[in-house]
Design a protein around this ligand. Structure first.
Ligand code: GDP
Length: 297
């Protein structure tokens, strides 16, 4: 699981702090230096780490903490609160259109990030909430993608709309929306094509979809295993295409977890869900406070 190594390091730092009783300013500074090192080793973005440590330091070196009864505990509490803040404080729900209006959600991301799998996982979540989602197979480049979406859609008991590989993604999206209107679907999730890198073609394709149908939510899927690269991808995606939220996949893997910690601070957009495995049920809503507790162990 991600964060194992970070959790272990933080626990050692905190154990040391707690054992001291009274803290000097130097004790706090030393602990913060170690926290900084631990976060960098977990692949958290450098600027994010710097700002984080600065915020903790400003609060921790204040009179109340240094003169308090249990300064070690206070520092730990501050680190916890700042971690929650870093990840966005509140849980963000995917914003749906009011009443029976159809919400169009466009899934985007690089190839292999887990977009097609996550599309089906998300459909399952909506179905549990009593919605009637339709999945649209707009990834016409990766030969297996359409089949994969169909297989996963069937497992989830969710309809998949496909027109094969010989139509433009924007036209498929438009036809899928018409299909949804006729069939009473209230959510359409577009599984778009990824590429190995962000390139003009991919951005144009997403834009063309947006020009053809009204996309209410653009959700970027990033792979936690790729660490800082994932965060850079998110930043560039947001600058070029505009995103509303992020889903971080493969947090169950042997990742250092830094992407999950950095993405909100770097893009300003919240994490909505995290992927915790290959099974279609392995998608968890993202709670910044629970994630912080998990990290602190
Ligand atoms: P796409 O190219 O972005 O559509 O990626 P896919 O949905 O095909 O996923 C690529 C691989 O990642 C597949 O083998 C998925 O089973 C796997 N995958 C997706 N999400 C997760 C996750 O949260 N955890 C793990 N361990 N594997 C995942």
């Amino acid at each position: 699981m991600a964060f194992d190594s970070l959790t272990e390091k933080l626990q050692n730092i905190f154990k040391n702090l707690r054992s001291k009783g009274r803290l000097t300013e130097d004790d706090v500074k030393e602990a913060l230096k170690e926290i900084k090192r631990a976060l960098l080793a977990a692949d958290v973005n450098f600027k994010v780490v710097k700002d984080f440590v600065k915020s903790v330091q400003e609060r921790a070196v204040g009179q109340d903490v240094m003169n308090g009864l249990n300064p070690g505990q206070m520092v730990i509490k501050i680190v916890n609160e700042e971690l929650v803040k870093l990840m966005g404080s509140q849980t963000t729900e995917i914003k749906l259109q009011p009443g029976s209006a159809i919400t169009v959600i466009m899934m985007a991301g690089l190839q292999g990030a887990g977009k097609t799998t996550t599309t089906a996982k998300l459909a399952g979540k909506f179905k549990l909430k009593g919605k009637k989602p339709l999945l649209a197979a707009c990834d016409v480049y990766r030969p297996a993608a359409i089949k994969q979406l169909q297989v996963n859609g069937e497992k989830q008991g969710v309809e998949v709309f496909s027109m094969g590989e010989n139509h433009k993604p924007a036209n498929i999206a438009k036809a899928a929306l018409e299909h949804a209107q006729k069939n009473g679907n209230n959510i359409v999730i577009l599984d778009t094509a990824g590429r190995l890198h962000i390139d003009e073609d991919m951005m144009e394709e997403l834009q063309e979809i947006k020009n053809t149908v009204t996309v209410h939510q653009t959700i970027l899927v990033i792979d936690a295993m790729t660490g800082q690269d994932a965060v850079n991808v998110a930043k560039e995606f947001h600058e070029k295409a505009g995103i509303d939220g992020v889903i971080v996949t493969k947090l169950d893997g042997d990742t250092r977890g830094g992407a999950a910690l950095s993405v909100k601070a770097v893009t300003g957009k919240p994490i909505l869900y995290v992927g915790m495995g290959e099974k279609l049920s392995d998608l968890e809503q993202f709670y910044p406070d629970r994630m912080a507790s998990r990290i602190l162990g």
